[in-house]
Design a binder for this molecule. Structure first.
Ligand code: MG
Length: 170
C-alpha cells in the first residue's frame, strides 16, 4: 500500500468561474491560475503522484508549457490515473479537506466526493471531501484564497496483481 499527500492553494478574484472537484460552484469570486485553478483536483494529482513516487503536478504538467494552459483539473487527474496504471498502481481511497471561507460547501460535499470518486473509478464510500473555514484568519480566512489538502491511498492495479499471481519461473 502507498500513501501520498497533496496540497494546493489559489488566489480568488472576482469574475472567475469557481471550479472545484471539476464542478462549477456559484461564487462571485474564482481561483486565478495557469489552468482552471481547481485546488481539490490539483492537490489530488499531487497526492497520486506522491504516492507513486513520481514527483509533483508541476513536474508532469509544467506551467511553462502552453499545452497545459487553461486545462481542466479533470484532464490532469485522468493522466495521473493512466501514469499510475502504467506502473501497476491504482487509487484505492481519498480523503480531502477544502479550506474555504465562503460559500459554505455544506450540502455540496457529497456531490464533490461523488465527482472525485467518478474520476478515479472508485466506489463513493472510498472518497471523503470535508470542508473547513479558517475562522477569519489569513488570506483563506479573508476569502481571498482557497486551498485543499488531499491524502491518497494507492493499491496495486490489475496488471501488477496478475503479475504477482503468475507462477514463478524456476
Ligand atoms: Mg493549482
Amino acid at each position: 500500500m502507498r500513501f501520498g499527500l497533496g496540497f494546493d492553494i489559489h488566489r480568488l478574484v472576482p469574475g472567475r468561474p469557481f471550479v472545484l472537484g471539476g464542478l462549477t460552484l456559484a461564487c462571485p469570486r474564482g481561483p486565478v491560475g495557469h489552468s482552471d485553478g481547481d485546488v481539490l483536483l490539483h492537490a489530488l494529482v499531487d497526492a497520486l503522484y506522491g504516492a507513486a513516487g513520481l514527483g509533483d503536478i508541476g513536474d508532469r504538467f509544467p506551467d511553462t508549457d502552453p499545452r497545459w494552459k487553461g486545462v481542466a483539473g479533470k484532464v490532469f487527474v485522468a493522466q495521473a490515473v493512466k501514469d499510475l496504471a502504467a506502473r501497476g498502481l491504482k487509487p484505492a481511497q481519498v480523503d480531502a479537506t477544502v479550506f474555504l471561507e465562503a460559500p459554505k460547501l455544506g450540502v455540496r460535499k457529497p456531490e464533490l466526493a461523488a465527482a472525485v470518486a467518478k474520476l478515479l473509478d472508485l466506489p463513493e464510500d472510498r472518497v471523503c471531501v470535508k470542508a473547513k473555514t479558517m475562522e477569519g484568519l489569513g488570506a483563506l480566512g479573508a476569502g481571498t484564497a482557497v486551498a485543499a489538502q488531499v491524502l491518497a491511498v494507492l493499491g496495486r492495479g490489475r496488471a501488477a496483481r496478475k503479475a504477482s499471481k503468475a507462477p514463478r519461473k524456476r
